[in-house]
Design a protein around this ligand. Structure first.
Ligand SMILES: Cc1ncc(COP(=O)(O)O)c(C=O)c1O
Length: 499
């Protein structure tokens, strides 16, 4: 049916715009892509989700055959294989020698050759603790002195606690202005467990449309048990308000789930406004501070400090894997919820806690931030340099720099760039000695692939200049990919096929 009326609509519009050759040419190009549209339309019907649709489109653009009813994992496998063959697979690399200013990076394709030295422009260790020799030595010393090994005796209820875990929890709680903190072996587990633990079938959850998969996973668990769930459009607080007005009375307890910094977009939530609405509609705010802790606010205490609303969140969750340069996650809350989560959060009740060296490192890193708040400002300064040098690339290459002032990351959005070009860009940059993370759907909008860029504290102005110069050159070198880009030409039609 679509292919009866699409040409009809185009031909009548073409007639109306006959004297405007630009419009006419555009419509002709779109019309000529009807084969693609037909396939994409078919794809949309058989694909299981956005991720699948995205991968199927990649197969189409690579002229790779699509099998009838092929499953997501098959599509992923075929895409990965095609990308590896064409040397544009920038994922699952080997990164070693993290203590050096240049990482040793090895792509999957290069397993038999020497690794490449790369500056990391996508590191999550915003304050660069991951490269600090004295912090590493401190961890080793304390491990040895305390008689610790790397493992533990399993979930805390039976396997017990240790001194460093308890020290870390006390320090973290006080750093975040909460009575208590409970640590987990990962941020994912902490975020997921928090929602799973607190929500009951009678409750309602309002969540930002771009919250992290860990929170979504918790929301899925809650939903499967009967919790009512409403997502509001990302950072659209009018939408949140209208949903509260319409649905708040549906649930007994209500939770609003947001992040301080959105990790694929570099933008902030508006906590004071969310708090105002939360108070009006008696909701509890669950705030994911994964990227805000150590980076936002004068002393790195996160968005509550930055936006001058300490105590606004009912519960703070997050990761110790970013600024704190460790591995683990946490829930920070009042004593009642802390006791409750010990027993009801499955990620701690049924899973071993974070390891001792990780607890020592996270503890020491908070200590360092408390003693040296200038580290936080230095990180912001380095990020600001990166943004300043990137600025001219926006207009020159049609990119968009998205990042709120003071954000620890930049989403360098390459709207309507072919995915081929974005993937190649990342691979070429690695060969030139710069590690950058490439983000595609479903982690972002299908038409807005991006590089997620950071400039950790300690990155020099010369490093940043070199990086931006190479990025500029690489964007120019890869311009030819655009000519093969079907996505751009049919971009405006994607809504027709439900994307
Ligand atoms: C916003 C957010 N929350 C939670 C997590 C999960 O943290 P972890 O990597 O410690 O599991 C991440 C990870 O990137 C994140 O970006």
């Amino acid at each position: 049916m679509l292919f009866v009326w699409v040409p009809l609509v185009f031909s009548s519009i073409s007639f109306l715009f006959l004297f405007n050759s630009d419009v006419f040419n555009m419509l002709t190009r779109i019309y000529n892509n009807r084969d693609f549209l037909r396939k994409a339309y078919g794809i949309n019907k058989s694909s299981v989700n956005l991720n699948h649709t995205f991968l199927l489109i990649q197969k189409l653009t690579n002229n790779s055959p699509i099998k009838e009813g092929e499953m997501l994992w098959e599509t992923y496998r075929d895409c990965r294989k095609a990308c590896l063959e064409k040397d544009k697979w920038p994922y699952l690399m080997k990164l070693d020698n993290t203590i050096n200013s240049e990482l040793d990076v090895q792509m999957e394709n290069d397993q038999n050759s020497e690794s490449q030295k790369c500056l990391n422009f996508s590191s999550y260790s915003y304050l660069n603790g991951i490269r600090d020799e004295s912090l590493r030595s401190f961890v080793f010393e304390e491990m040895k002195d305390g008689g610790y090994h790397f493992g533990n005796h399993g979930p805390r209820m039976l396997g017990g606690n240790n001194k460093w875990l308890c020290k870390l929890e006390t320090k973290l709680a006080s750093f975040l202005n909460r009575e208590k903190a409970l640590c987990f072996s990962s941020g994912f587990l902490a975020c997921k467990s928090a929602i799973q633990a607190v929500s009951s079938p009678k409750d309602i959850i309002f969540a930002d449309g771009k919250v992290h998969e860990s929170l979504r996973d918790g929301i899925r668990v809650a939903k499967s048990r009967g919790t009512y769930v409403k997502y509001f459009r990302h950072n659209d607080f009018d939408h949140l308000y209208s949903l509260l007005k319409k649905h708040r009375q549906t649930g007994q307890n209500a939770y609003i789930i947001i992040e301080s910094v959105y990790s694929m977009d570099g933008d902030f939530t508006n906590l004071p406004l969310v708090k105002k609405y939360a108070d009006e509609y008696e909701c509890r705010i669950i705030l994911d501070e994964a990227h805000g802790i150590g980076t936002l606010g004068e002393t790195g205490r996160g968005i509550e400090e930055l936006q001058n609303c300490v105590g606004a969140a009912w519960m703070i969750v997050g990761s110790l894997t970013k600024s704190l340069s460790s591995v683990g996650g946490f829930i920070a809350c009042d004593t009642i919820m802390y006791d409750f989560c010990h027993f009801f959060a499955t990620g701690t009740m049924f899973s071993a806690p974070m390891s001792v060296p990780n607890a020592i490192m996270a503890y020491k890193m908070i200590d360092v931030i408390e003693m040296n708040p200038q580290w936080v400002q230095e990180t912001r300064d380095t990020m600001q340099l990166l943004k300043t040098y990137l600025l001219p690339l926006q207009k020159k290459h049609g990119a968009t720099i998205q990042s709120d002032p003071g954000s620890p990351l930049v989403a360098f959005i390459l709207k309507d760039f072919s995915i081929d070009r974005v993937l190649s860009l990342s691979v070429i940059m690695k060969r030139k000695g710069f590690y950058v993370a490439t983000v595609c759907a479903p982690a972002c909008e299908i038409r807005a692939p991006r590089l997620r860029l950071t400039a950790p504290r300690g990155m020099t102005e010369q490093n940043i200049k070199d990086f931006v110069r190479h990025l500029d050159e690489t964007l120019t070198e890869t311009i030819h990919f655009e000519q093969e880009n079907i996505m751009k030409e049919i971009g405006d039609l994607l809504p027709l096929i439900g994307l």
